[in-house]
Design a protein around this ligand. Sequence first.
Ligand code: INI
Length: 153
Amino acid sequence: MNIIKGSLEEKDINIAIVVSRFNEIITDKLLKGAWDFLLSKEISEDKIKIYQVPGAFEIPLAAEKLASLKKYDAIIGLGAVIKGETPHFDFVSAAAANGILNTSLKYGVPVIFGVLTTNTIKQALERSGGESNKGVDCAQTALEMISLLKKID
Ligand code: INI
């Protein structure tokens, strides 16, 4: 049985990160996690472009424009949607998830879903810290998918 897997060793690649400003205290940590991980894998700083959008709802549009340029090997969307008293949470989180998926499939480029959807800020803090950080996971997923796609034939 031969299982073909992506590696984390791709280095000469271009990555775009779209990070939302809403809940910045969380998204700053996700961004730092992703950034530090990519640098730890010897991807040079000038190969990583970071774009800020107002909220998670806007991530898909920026990701779509970036994907259409056919310049980036992967796009990472980072955001934090925290449940409030209204259904707004459901609309924003569903729009971000669907939009990111659609862009990924439309352009055949990995668009990584790094939007935390939590009930509380405490849960979001737990998932954006030093031990567990969705930004790190997403950067790893980006490298893995870039590598895997090259191996699919
Ligand atoms: N955007 C987020 O990224 N997280 C949230 O928790 C959030 N809440 O709760 O409202 C949020 N709203 C803004 C939204 O993403 C858009 O920026 C706004 O609706 C304008 O399109």
